[in-house]
Design a protein around this ligand. Structure first.
Ligand SMILES: Nc1ncnc2c1ncn2[C@@H]1O[C@H](COP(=O)(O)OP(=O)(O)OP(=O)(O)O)[C@@H](O)[C@H]1O
Ligand SMILES: [Mg+2]
Length: 384
């Protein structure tokens, strides 16, 4: 389980450390940094897939995503901030720690010298894999500084195991399970994290059309394989939970997957209707709820599941049923729900829920109710 997440220098998240629980709910008004937190978790996972530098470039590069306020010192609550001279190098830092497992931290910056057509591409400056809650020097098991990757061996000595290009993460490049087991383990762990941001329900949404189906352990990001995902979950023993979740949201309704010439389509029967409705005929909210059923009752639950604004286009009446599904999912996965729906947060309750409310203070994302830096969980960034 992830116990702490830390982000620095990413959009409004100038310096944020959050404790995570089994089920973590992050709320806050518009523009307080919720999506920023969601995206920073995605960026962390992208490091394991070799896509972090590309993902950042698509967001406008490091100069756009970097905290746009003054570097340090007094906050400017009234009027624009006074520009200050930047002393520290530009840095986007992301990390997480687990109290009794491995943690990972990465520091991205700008190239030292120009001369390349990609001089604005971010570079990976340092990466560390450490054990326990803090990246103290003695807890570091694998480390990348500039191009050099080294791993601590069983006698505590450092072995250099690879030399990397600036835009490659050690997680995606180092593949030796005997020489660098921690790196391989961390990659596999991050690759398993699952994110849902924008499940499509518009008129042309792929989930509305019959699709060729194969066994599907995780619903796709756009929800295209909804029917195959529901059929797989049913075949692998989650049929009763699917039925319960549907009945809780739509009393008397049942969902079934029809297979026609290898193409899968979702059919919903509702009381009062003479025939079933296919996915193409469902309302946005009904389809979205079914997408959440498939995402949250996956037959192979991930270690970490992160949802951004899952309440979108759902009527408040459906939120208690969605909350029930989420609590069910949190038994098998660590679940993070980023939402601006107070109703959803309330429906999730407080029992076993870690809740954080974000707010903006002089343009910077802070956690409501924290008096000062000492209220923040401990965190240690690796030095460059
Ligand atoms: N480089 C930057 N430096 C500082 N602040 C930034 C930067 N880029 C964007 N922001 C600000 O960060 C804030 C957080 O945006 P974010 O999208 O995370 O909000 P949100 O909580 O998801 O809001 P919503 O509920 O509207 O989706 C916004 O106010 C935005 O203007
Ligand atoms: Mg948002």
């Amino acid at each position: 389980m992830i116990d702490t997440v830390a982000v620095a220098g990413y959009r409004s998240l100038r310096s944020l450390v959050l404790d995570f629980g089994r089920l973590t709910v992050v709320t806050g008004g518009n523009g307080t940094g919720k999506s920023g937190l969601y995206r920073s978790l995605r960026l962390l996972a992208e490091c394991a897939l070799g896509g972090a530098v590309g993902a950042l470039a698509r967001e406008g590069g490091l100069t756009s995503t970097l905290w746009a306020g003054p570097e340090q010192g007094t906050r400017h609550r009234d009027g624009p901030a006074q520009p200050t001279v930047r002393n520290a190098p530009a840095a986007l830092r992301l990390g997480f720690a687990s109290n009794d497992d491995l943690g990972y931290a990465v520091d991205l910056g700008l190239p030292q010298e120009g001369g390349s057509a990609f001089a604005h591409d971010p570079e990976i400056k340092t990466e560390q894999i450490f054990s326990g809650p803090l990246a103290r020097p003695g807890a570091v098991l694998a480390e990348r500084r500039g191009p050099a990757v080294r791993v601590r061996d069983s006698s505590g000595d450092w072995d250099q195991v690879a030399t990397l290009r600036t835009f490659d993460s050690m997680l995606s490049e180092v593949v030796d399970p005997t020489g660098a087991p921690e790196i391989v383990a961390m990659r596999e762990r991050l690759r398993g994290w699952r994110f849902y941001d924008h499940l499509r329900t518009d008129a042309d949404a792929p989930a509305r059309q019959a699709q060729v189906g194969t066994r599907t352990m995780a619903l796709a990001h756009d929800g295209a394989d909804l029917a195959a995902a529901l059929a797989t979950a049913r075949e692998l023993g989650r049929g009763e939970e699917i039925d319960q979740a549907v009945a809780l949201a739509f009393p008397g309704a049942t969902v079934r997957v029809q297979v026609d010439g290898g193409r899968f389509v979702v059919q919903l029967s509702r009381p009062g209707l003479l025939r079933e409705l296919s996915a193409a005929e469902l309302s946005d909210g009904t389809l979205r709820y079914l997408l959440w059923v498939a995402a949250l009752l996956s037959p192979r639950p991930p270690e970490l599941l992160v949802l951004n604004e899952p309440e979108t286009s759902l009527h408040p009446d459906l939120l208690p049923a969605l909350a029930e599904l989420m609590r069910r999912a949190a038994q098998d996965s660590q679940l993070v729900v980023v939402t601006h729906s107070e109703l959803l947060a309330e429906a999730l309750g407080s029992d076993g829920v870690t809740r954080h409310e974000l707010e903006l203070d002089a343009g910077e994302t802070v956690v409501a109710g924290r008096e000062g830096p000492l209220d923040q969980p401990a965190w240690h960034w690796p030095k460059r």
